[in-house]
Ligand binder design. Structure first.
Ligand code: FE2
Ligand code: FE2
Length: 265
């Protein structure tokens, strides 16, 4: 059975003191464009696309959905975060949202490479956006953590196994950002659960687990053909997504008083 390399790299073990955790994140997001440029400069964007038509269609469908999913302006999320009264966290979150929009642009670039157009709307994205708007900040960040952790293996699979160098380059470029996004969400969510008793956190973990199972199923179905082209069956991917989610959820809920993770450097 093919294994996706663990991304614990994704969460890892380095930590920084609680004080100033988001200052460190702000520095990270300010410095990250230089790393992003270095990563993008390694991609031969003009390389010819040599995929057969079935494989090409698989990546087109997949990239169209991700382009749409990452394109939001985060207006509602940022408005909720602004009410929390932490300008450093808010500034860092704004920069994270900007990185998501860059991911959307990278998928657009991938679609250009595949000689395909963008999608105007997709039901899974519309449902997710509508749901999020109804929620409080902590719950919305929890949903983000679920979706980002479940999707992490897709970017890693793309980076390591996509049968095209431009698609691998896009996967690697995005995976480098996403592993830090997950750590960023964990750091804020830990603060959010500091006063929640253990039994409450257990209940949240169960609800998150049910949502993660659904999200992993949607991802494995929606992107199944692209994952297959990277050598992964839907069920392998589903298990991997749940593994990534569990690691992230435990990191938040087991002991929210743990020192913040900070960015991976
Ligand atoms: Fe993203
Ligand atoms: Fe992200």
């Amino acid at each position: 059975m093919t294994m996706i390399k663990p991304t614990a790299g994704t969460i890892g073990s380095t930590s920084v003191p609680m004080t100033g955790a988001f200052e460190r994140w702000l520095t990270h997001f300010r410095e990250n464009p230089a790393r992003q440029q270095r990563s993008e400069s390694t991609v031969s964007w003009d390389a010819p696309m040599l995929l057969d038509s079935v494989t090409r269609q698989a990546f087109i469908r997949s990239f169209q959905r991700f382009e749409l999913g990452e394109s939001g302006d985060g207006r509602h999320l940022l408005a909720k975060a602004a009410l929390e009264g932490d300008p450093v966290y808010l500034a860092a979150l704004e920069m994270l949202v900007a990185e998501e929009q860059k991911h959307s642009a990278l998928f657009r670039r991938g679609l250009d490479h595949l000689d395909a157009l963008s999608l105007k709307a997709h039901w899974s994205d519309s449902v997710f956006v509508r749901l999020r708007r109804m929620l409080g900040l902590r719950t919305e960040l929890g949903l983000f953590l679920i979706v980002e952790s479940v999707a992490m293996g897709y970017f890693t699979a793309l980076a390591e196994r996509a049968p095209d160098p431009v698609l691998r380059g896009i996967g690697l470029r995005i995976a480098l950002d996403e592993r830090d996004h997950i750590r960023f969400q964990i750091d804020r969510l830990r603060q959010g659960f500091l006063r929640t008793p253990r039994v409450g956190r257990l209940a949240v973990g169960l609800v998150w687990g049910a949502i993660a199972a659904g999200a992993s199923t949607v991802l494995a179905i929606d992107h199944g053909s692209a994952l297959r082209a990277c050598g992964f069956s839907r069920i392998e991917y589903w298990r991997h997504g749940m593994g990534e989610f569990s690691e992230a959820a435990i990191s938040v809920l087991a002991d929210p008083g743990t020192e913040p993770l900070g960015p991976l450097e």
